[in-house]
Structure formats: structure tokens, C-alpha cells
Design a protein around this ligand. Structure first.
Ligand SMILES: C[S@@+](CC[C@H](N)C(=O)[O-])C[C@H]1O[C@@H](n2cnc3c(N)ncnc32)[C@H](O)[C@@H]1O
Length: 298
């Protein structure tokens, strides 16, 4: 195969994408976040960031017509791609007919039993990455499901809306830092791989995107006595961003317990007049353990 013919064979080239769409009479559903990538360099960057090899597996969420799937199949030992849109299933099977290491799973990733799927598809492999150009309308629920279910993943490399990626990677002190930053950084080390202009998709979304790599930690960077309560505390501290910690926590513990908050915050080394966006993970951990120990909220 010549270089020229190889380029046209790549699913994610602009011409091949248009040909596939025309051949199958496919129409995009905005409600499913369908924006297909047509830039080989970006596809290569996404796949490269996952550090795959033939001993590893890749779980793709939302393969579309298979642009990323095809590149994943050439790097990974096995690829499983979960697609919700039943109109895309026969197209994917056809387009990827020559890539035997790909399994297409029809379903909604938010409803699937992912541990069972991973066990079935990736048993015996040396590690699994999630690699995806995610549908933007469900980015956070999908990522939180992957993290909260504590799936045995090495890393997650995803294209998401630029602002969401920046929030995930944000450090304390800035306006982008919030409960999403804390949740993501509790489970992972985030790294912004690149910013992607909206021109590399068809149809073009209204916003720019970014590729983010989330390397799963072996264990969280802070010890907490009760994980669910830790996350409730974090949510409470960010409930109203312009309010101080003391005011946000008053709503959490009840007005009757307001007087107890000052000494409790000070025992954790936290000035009650600070805002949630200035607290580190270690400070949130100390605060949630102290609230729990004090029996708050009652
Ligand atoms: C942004 S497109 C990416 C398509 C392709 N991977 C690409 O990069 O060109 C998102 C894909 O996710 C699919 N999708 C949307 N919601 C989904 C869900 N809940 N579960 C699985 N797939 C979903 C859409 O149908 C679409 O194919």
C-alpha cells in the first residue's frame, strides 16, 4: 500500500469521513454529542498519550464511525468500543471489518456493567486505558462513573470541552478550582496534553476542546476516614463560591451548630474567612475528618 492510499484508508481523514457518511446516509445527532474527529495528528496525539502496546487493552467510549478505534487497534492488543447509537453499529462493523482485535459493544456506557465488560474483554492483558473523544453532554457523569467504580485502569486519555479539562487540572487558588478538581485529583494525576480547535471536527462544536490524561493513582494522596463524607464536605464548601467556608458550612451543619465551626476550622489550621477554592486536598481531608469526629452535621 502506498503512503497516499494509506492516508485515504484512514477512517479519520476528512475525505474518508465524508465518504462513509455519504455511503451510509448517516445524519448527526446533536443530542448524542456527535462531533467526529477528522485530524490524523490529533488522533495520533490522543493514542500516543495512552502509552499503549500490544500487551494492553483500550476501552473506547463513543467510537462514532471508528476514526480513533482504527488507530487504537493498531497500537493496542485489544480494543472494546462502546457505542450507544444503533445506527453506527453496522457502519463500525463494516468499516473495521479488517481489524480483528476490535470488539464493538452496543450500549449506553452509563448503564453498562463495566467491571464485567472489562473482565470479559481484557482478561490476561497487561493493563487497560480508557481512550475516547467523549460526548460533551455527559463528560462528567462518564468520568465520575469510571473513577468511582474504581475500575482497574492505568490511565484515561480523553478529549473533552477545554473549560472542563482546565477545571479538572486546576490547582487551589484560582476560579477554575472546584469540586470537580478535587474529585479528579483524589483519584488521578491530571495532565493537559493539548488544546484542540473546534475546526478539527465535523460537525464543528461551538467550543474548543482539550485532550487530558488522567493517570490513576495507586492510592489517594490523602487519607480520609469516610470517602463519601469527604466528597459531601467538598461539595458543601463549594456550594456558593462567593461565600466563605464558615458560611457555606453553616448551611451544611445547621445554624444551631454555627458556633462550633470557628474552633473546629481553626483546629484544622483553616481560617474561617477563606473560600473553598483556596483549600488543598489535605485541608479538605482534615476538615471532613474533624466534622465527622464532631458528629456534624448532626
Ligand atoms: C464526540 S463523538 C466521538 C466519535 C469518534 N470517537 C470520533 O472521535 O470521531 C461521541 C460519540 O459518543 C457516542 N455516545 C454518546 N453518548 C453515549 C453513551 N452514553 N454511551 C456510549 N456512547 C455514547 C455518540 O453516538 C458518538 O458516536
Amino acid at each position: 500500500m502506498t503512503e497516499g492510499s494509506k492516508a485515504t484508508a484512514e477512517v479519520g481523514s476528512p475525505k474518508r469521513t465524508k465518504d462513509i457518511i455519504a455511503k451510509y446516509g448517516f445524519t448527526f445527532k446533536k443530542s448524542l454529542g456527535q462531533n467526529f474527529l477528522i485530524d490524523q495528528n490529533i488522533l495520533r496525539k490522543i493514542v500516543g498519550a495512552a502509552n499503549l502496546d500490544k500487551t494492553k487493552g483500550a476501552l473506547e467510549i463513543g467510537p462514532g464511525i471508528g476514526a480513533l478505534t482504527q488507530q487504537l487497534a493498531s497500537e493496542a492488543g485489544r480494543v472494546t468500543a462502546v457505542e450507544i447509537d444503533n445506527r453506527l453499529i453496522p457502519i463500525l462493523r463494516d468499516v473495521l471489518a479488517d481489524t480483528p482485535n476490535v470488539h464493538i459493544e452496543h450500549g449506553d456506557v452509563l448503564k453498562l456493567d463495566l467491571p464485567a465488560l472489562m473482565e470479559r474483554q481484557f482478561a490476561g492483558l497487561g493493563g487497560v486505558s480508557v481512550v475516547a473523544n467523549l460526548p460533551y453532554y455527559v463528560t462528567t457523569p462518564i468520568l465520575m462513573k469510571l473513577l468511582e467504580e474504581k475500575l482497574p485502569l492505568e490511565n484515561i486519555v480523553v478529549m473533552i470541552q477545554k473549560e472542563v479539562a482546565q477545571r479538572m487540572a486546576a490547582k487551589p487558588g484560582g476560579k477554575e478550582y472546584g469540586s470537580l478538581s478535587v474529585a479528579v485529583q483524589y483519584y488521578c494525576e491530571p495532565e493537559l496534553v493539548c488544546i484542540v480547535p473546534h475546526t478539527v471536527f465535523i460537525p464543528q462544536p461551538n467550543v474548543d476542546s482539550a485532550v487530558i490524561k488522567l493517570a490513576l493513582r495507586d492510592k489517594p494522596p490523602v487519607d480520609v476516614e469516610d470517602e463519601a463524607f469527604f466528597f459531601r464536605t467538598v461539595q458543601a464548601c463549594f456550594a456558593q463560591r462567593r461565600k466563605t467556608i464558615a458560611n457555606n458550612l453553616t448551611a451544611f451543619v445547621g445554624k444551631a451548630n454555627r458556633e462550633r465551626l470557628g474552633p473546629l476550622l481553626e483546629s484544622c489550621g483553616i481560617d474561617p474567612s477563606r473560600r473553598g477554592e483556596t483549600l488543598s486536598l489535605a485541608e479538605f481531608a482534615a476538615l471532613s475528618d474533624a466534622l465527622r469526629k464532631a458528629g456534624l452535621p448532626g
